[in-house]
Write a protein that binds this ligand. Sequence first.
Ligand code: PLP
Length: 418
Amino acid sequence: MKTPFITKQQGEALAAQYPTPFHLYDEAGIRSNARALYKAFSWNPGFREYFAVKATPTPAILKLLAEEGCGTDCSSMAELVMSDRCGIRGEGIMFSSNETPAEEFQMAEQLGAIINLDDITHIEFLEKAIGHIPEKVCCRFNPGGVFSLGESNEGFQVMDTPGDSKYGMTRAQIAEAYKILKQKGTKEFGIHAFLASNTISNEYYPALARILFQLATELQQETGCHITFINLSGGIGIPYRPEQPANDIAIIGEGVRKAFEEILVPAGMGDISICTELGRFMLGPYGHLVTRAIHEKHTYREYIGVDACAANLMRPAIYGAYHHVTVLGKEDAPHDHKYDVVGSLCENCDKFAVERMLPKIDIGDLLVIHDSGAHGFSMGYNYNGRLRSAEVLWKEDGSSVLIRRAETLDDYFATVVW
Ligand SMILES: *Cc1c(COP(=O)(O)O)cnc(C)c1O
């Protein structure tokens, strides 16, 4: 059972103030989740979450997370500049980019960010771009092959194929990269890897940690480099479907602690800091796309047309991703109607729900599309001349604040040469 964080009455009050569609974020949920993450890793004094800005690139959200101790994980010029303008700079930024333009390395260096190198060839590229090699550098590792967890929560399997992914260095390259960096003056080293996305398993981070901790002990021996941090990156998932179990961050933190005690502590490497670059886990469940039913259509299927479309939330259209839908005020009504809930794009994939059992929907009903807090607004685009919506923060005290206005036609036309 998935319940929205607003009632129909609250939704209608918001819709009177902010025209639908809009993205709504739950401050209380974001804060308590961030606190649970920090608590789960409190055994590691240097722990830090670098929020993956691409998931929700909204200054009010970055600042809110900064208040909870989070830095930012940036991968582009815009994300670096946004982080800086939010007052998050220096080692509060992890710059985990790939195919990086020289000026982005320059900006990262200027802001004092920790630079995470995606490839061994980037050492020379970085040195050329900024004129030296920083004292603290992270290298991204890719073990290749297939990554899978034998056991998973209630049959939700974790499998991904690092061997097919463009990211990171091979085992041999990362050792070589460390040696070159050391020779060029780097004193503090980090390891980063991202092996599977949206994992519904308390085993993913602990399994990844074991791989990286083992690698850290080997690299320290082989190269003599001082490894001071290990970055477990993103990948902890959220239950988009109501029947999926949620990850338990306390169990995940404890699993990583065990691996730490077993591998790093005996190797005399118990001073290593753990960091994470979670995006989806930090924001996903705490965002709703609020939209209104404006049309119904009865042809070969029953259609409900809403005022949001894939330009506001692209995941269903591109991945066939499931997003739960609640019709506000009808939470407890029998779900005895089968609908396609669709947006206005001239693309038949623009469907928020396909043959979904829902309560009878009337024109004017407000719908909540769940779990749109991460990779939701941020993936928005302007296809069909559709405009990006507003973003609104639902505050802990029950008030609301506009954190990004909706785009206007003037915004849309601003870059046009007529
Ligand atoms: C996308 C991304 C993340 C965040 O991933 P989530 O699945 O949202 O946790 C973290 N780090 C890097 C380098 C990424 O590209």
